[in-house]
Design a protein. Structure first.
Length: 683
């Protein structure tokens, strides 16, 4: 290596020239240990035969019951199908490679996700999980390799050993999430491959696998390559771009359009007085057209309207244009308040009269009831944050929040779902503090005075200015002796008792290692409690109904079991002949596959030679089962092909073994027609 390639295409000699041998750690280890690759008996030095990988292979062998290494010298092979064993060896190698990549990445702070580096890790993990199917894994297994890696590599990568538990939890959660859709996705892909024309998988299927089942395109390409197929990558990218364009258009519709800054105006920062006042008189500093034809964006010199920031939504209310005698010349509805730098931008819609003019005095009033509800939810987020640390972990950190009039939302990092007991404990602690009616203080201090203070929660320090606002719940103002202290510029209740009540609606995952809790406070919490109680009652009634249905199904099955021999005898007595073969068909009405199978079992003793196809309808869908006696199976008759063919007449499909198969359909009205077609298929 002797030149630096410049952007203009020229080359500059390097001050030091050298040869890149490619002799990395693994290759040097392979050379030192003189490991051979026996997979193809080429005798080429192999990284995978070193003791770097052997401990991982040992664990995989233990977990899967499969053996690595086809690969034994001639005369010692225990494998009847070498090609199959080679596939297993590839799976061993891919999984061992990928567990190292994932573990080191997570230990360094990168989490599997949907963007950037996180998406690369997620794709790698899903590829490894899919290769696990070759080794027979259908339950989470990947995370069980982390302890081997920590033991063998922990001395040189201490982060892996130190964060082993966290890595295992993240990998297990990712694997469980993907496993839920992997089998369904594989089924869809296998079906599409079977119907594939021209050796190319269509873009629509590839995109559905990606968008619905989380299959990265490279995983779909890999699975198609194994079947000798290609993927319409160009069409896939076109569908991806269409989705991106829809997302961009949606973003444009939702995007805040603040136009006043484009006027090049020199305006002093808006003075916010909304901590103590909900009404004020102010001067209009600037006006610009809003995003809608009938709306305006107005900047005042001072305002009680809180501009959306820190998860708290913007205030709404009224703006009045008074006359000389303070009668109303104009009335505007403030529909939102947004922050643009140090300016508060009031989005307003003219209700009556005229709009204000620049330099004119106006009266403004915040919607007090709405603000009170927002403050209840904002203060509740602080109580929730405190309780989360008390119940779950002090490592759980806020990743985002919402304080709206009717609800609150709190996002935090945590690698497993909250248990019902944890949720109950959090609710109990928050409501205890609400009943305590503790005072809520807000005061400003120089940031340097509290920077690094462990009592004050502060997670985004780089965004703070020289002076910050502290919210303290309980204790004495300014002494930092409350039970919950955070840096926060939002508005809050005066006391915790003003919140009224607190109730968690749901807890869910929104990203790898990030959980979300949605909750309500005040009257909305009481309404939520009533709604949840009604839902629980409904679920109890449904459970009771399901239990009754199960009992009825058991009774039906018992009755069918008793009546099956008689039904079988009647069906055989009415058997038709097709090509010299006895053909038994029957529509058993309200019958699922299990009941049909009982009748087939009863048919076997009384049908020494013949073909039987029975049908029924269960929960609005067709159920079919076919049986071919052993002598006719030897003659080439196939139950799976017969029921598969007639199932298509019912809008479905299916198949199975030559002697016994089942199928289904969506069109019960065509069941009789389908059963009449059996004789034609047999003959």
């Amino acid at each position: 290596i002797q030149f630096n390639a410049n952007a203009d295409g020229t080359f500059t000699p390097l001050p030091a020239k050298h040869v890149d041998t490619g002799a990395g750690f693994e290759r040097v280890s392979a050379i030192i240990q003189c490991t051979k690759n026996f997979t193809d008996f080429s005798g080429i030095i192999s990284n995978y035969e070193t003791d770097i990988f052997r401990p991982l292979f040992d664990r995989l062998e233990q977990l899967s019951g499969k053996r690595y290494g086809s690969t034994l010298p001639a005369g010692q092979s225990e494998i009847s199908n070498p090609q199959s064993q080679i596939a297993l060896d590839v799976a061993f190698r891919v999984i061992a490679d990928h567990i190292r990549c994932l573990s080191f990445g997570i230990a360094d702070g990168i989490l599997p996700g949907n963007e950037g580096r996180g998406y690369v890790l997620r794709r790698i993990l899903r590829r490894a999980v899919r290769y696990g199917r070759f080794l027979g894994f259908h339950e989470p297994f990947f995370y069980k390799l982390v302890d081997v890696l920590a033991r063998t590599m922990g001395d040189v990568f201490p982060e892996v050993r130190r964060r082993q538990t966290m890595i295992e939890k993240i990998l297990r959660a990712e694997e469980e999430n993907f496993n839920r859709t992997l089998d369904r996705g594989i089924e869809l892909l296998d079906q599409a491959i079977a119907e594939c024309q021209g050796g190319v998988l269509d873009a629509v299927t590839a995109f559905k696998l990606y968008d619905t089942y989380g299959f990265p395109l490279d995983l779909t390409e890999l699975m198609c390559r194994e079947q000798g197929l290609k993927v319409d990558v160009t069409g896939f990218e076109r569908l991806m771009e269409q989705q991106r364009e829809r997302a961009r258009q949606d973003h444009e519709r939702k995007k805040t359009a603040i136009t006043v800054a484009d006027e090049g105006l020199q305006i002093e920062p808006t003075k916010f007085i909304g901590y103590d006042h909900l009404e004020a008189e102010a001067l209009v500093e600037a006006i610009a057209p809003g995003a809608q034809a009938s709306s305006l964006e107005i900047i005042l010199d001072r305002t009680p309207f809180y501009a959306e920031m820190g998860g708290q939504v913007g205030d709404t209310g009224l703006l009045h244009v008074p006359g000389h005698d303070w009668s109303e010349l104009g009335r505007l509805e403030v529909t939102d308040t947004q922050r643009h730098g140090e300016l508060h931008v009031h989005r307003a819609r003219l209700v009556s009269g005229r709009a204000p003019e620049v330099g004119e005095g106006v009266r403004v009033a915040v919607d007090a009831a709405r603000r009170a509800n927002i403050q209840r939810h904002h203060t509740a987020t602080h109580l929730f944050h405190w309780a989360l640390h008390e119940v779950v972990s002090r490592e759980a950190r806020q990743r985002g929040s919402l304080a709206a009039p009717d609800r609150m939302r709190f996002d935090f990092n945590h690698h497993e779902h909250l248990t019902p007991q944890q949720i109950a404990d959090i609710e109990r602690l928050v409501n205890e503090r609400i009943r305590e009616n503790a005072p809520v203080y807000g005061f400003e201090v120089p940031y340097r005075d509290i920077k690094g203070n462990p009592k004050v929660m502060q997670f985004f320090g780089e965004k703070y200015g020289d002076v910050v606002r502290v919210i303290q719940i309980g204790g004495h103002p300014g002494r930092f002796d409350g039970f919950a202290l955070e840096l926060c510029g939002g508005t809050h209740t005066r006391n915790t008792g003003d919140i009224g009540a607190f109730k968690i609606a749901r807890e869910s995952a929104i990203a790898a290692g990030v959980r979300r809790v949605e909750a309500a406070a005040g009257q909305f919490a009481l309404e939520l409690i009533e709604k949840l109680q009604a839902h629980e009652q409904k679920e109890a009634e449904l459970a009771k109904a399901r239990e009754l249905e199960k009992e009825q199904a058991k009774e039906r099955q018992a009755r069918m079991q008793r009546e099956a021999p008689a039904i079988a005898a009647q069906l055989v007595a009415k058997a038709a002949q097709a090509g010299g073969i006895r053909v038994v068909t029957g529509n058993l009405g309200d019958a699922n596959t299990e009941l049909l199978r009982l009748v087939v079992d009863a048919l076997k003793p009384v049908l020494p030679s013949g073909i039987a196809v029975l049908g029924g309808v269960s929960e609005g869908k067709v159920c079919l089962i076919g049986y071919v006696t052993p002598d006719l199976v030897k003659q080439g008759k196939h139950a799976g092909k017969i029921v598969g063919a007639i199932a298509k007449l019912c809008g479905g499909g299916g198949g199975g073994r030559p002697d016994l198969a089942q199928a289904g359909g969506k069109a019960p009205a065509r069941l009789e027609e389908a059963l009449r077609a059996v004789a034609g298929l047999v003959g």
